[in-house]
Design a protein around this ligand. Sequence first.
Ligand code: AMP
Ligand code: MG
Length: 290
Amino acid sequence: MSSLKDFAVKGDKKIKLKQFATAPDDSISKEKIIRKTQENLEKMERFQDRLYSEGKEGLVLIFQAMDAAGKDSTIKNVMRGLNPQGIDVYSFKQPSGEEAAHSFLWRAIKCFPTRGKMAIFNRSYYEDVLVVKVHKLYETAKMPNRCKQGNVIERRYTDIKNFEEYEYNNGYRIIKFFLNVSKDEQKKRFLERIDLKIKNWKFSSSDLKERAHWDEYMKAYEAAINATATKHSPWYVLPADKKWYTRYLVSEAVLDVFKKIAPQYPELEEDAQQRLQADRECLIAEDNSR
Ligand code: AMP
Ligand code: MG
C-alpha cells in the first residue's frame, strides 16, 4: 500500500508527473481509508486547538489543480472538524483591476493568517506560473518591458521559492497540493456537470478551452513543482480520480506538518499559576457564602 511519502516532492530530485498515479491501487480498501480519514480529522482538530492556543506558527495549505479535480470538495472535507475561528479559506480567481496593478504575490500576502491560525488557498500565486505561463499572459500585463523580457516564469519561480522561505523564517509553513486528476476523469466530471442540473453552475465553456491545453498545463505544473518544492515547503502530487483517497492523503499531509510544528498548550508562569489558584478559591468561596 502506498503511503504519503510516495507522493511528496521535496526538491531533492526532479520528478516526472507521468510517474505519479491518478488513482489508488486496487488493493486499497475504501472502507478502511474512510475510517482512517475520520480518525485523522479528529487528530487534526486536537492539533489545531493547540496551534491556536500557542499562537506561534501559521499554516497555509495551497490547493492547485486542473478544473474538476476536486479542490472544492477536498477543502470542504479538510474543514470538517476544524474550528472555523482558526482557519480562513481564500479563492484566487482572475486578478481584479486592483490586484493586477500590484506585484503578483501581493494578493496572497494579504491573505496570510496571523500566527496560530491556518489558511487554505483555493488556487494561489502559483496561477502566475501556470495559467499565466500557458497563455503568456505576462505579455499583455501593464508592466515595463524589462519585466516581460528574458525568462519571466523562471524569475517568478525564484521569487516564489524565496517568498516561501521568507515565510518559513517568519514562523509559517506552507504545504502545496497538486490534485492529480486524469484527463478521462475530468471528462467524466465535466459531463456530469453538464448533465446534472444542480451541477450546471460549476461548468463554464472556458473550462473546455483550458482542457484543450492539457499537455501544456501538465508541463507547467511539472516545471513549477520541480522549481519550488523544498524540504520546508513540499509539494504533494496526489491521485485525484477517487475523492475518498485524495481526502485521506491530504489529512495525512496535514497531520504530518502538525507533527513537525508540534504545537503545545501554553504553560503559565509561576505567578500566573498562583493567580489562577487564588481565582479558584474565590469561586469556591461563592458557594460557601450562599
Ligand atoms: P475557478 O477556480 O474554477 O473558479 O476559476 C478561477 C479561474 O481564475 C481559473 O481559470 C484560474 O486559472 C484563473 N486565475 C486565477 N489566478 C489567475 C491569475 N493570476 N491570472 C490569470 N488567471 C487566473
Ligand atoms: Mg473553473
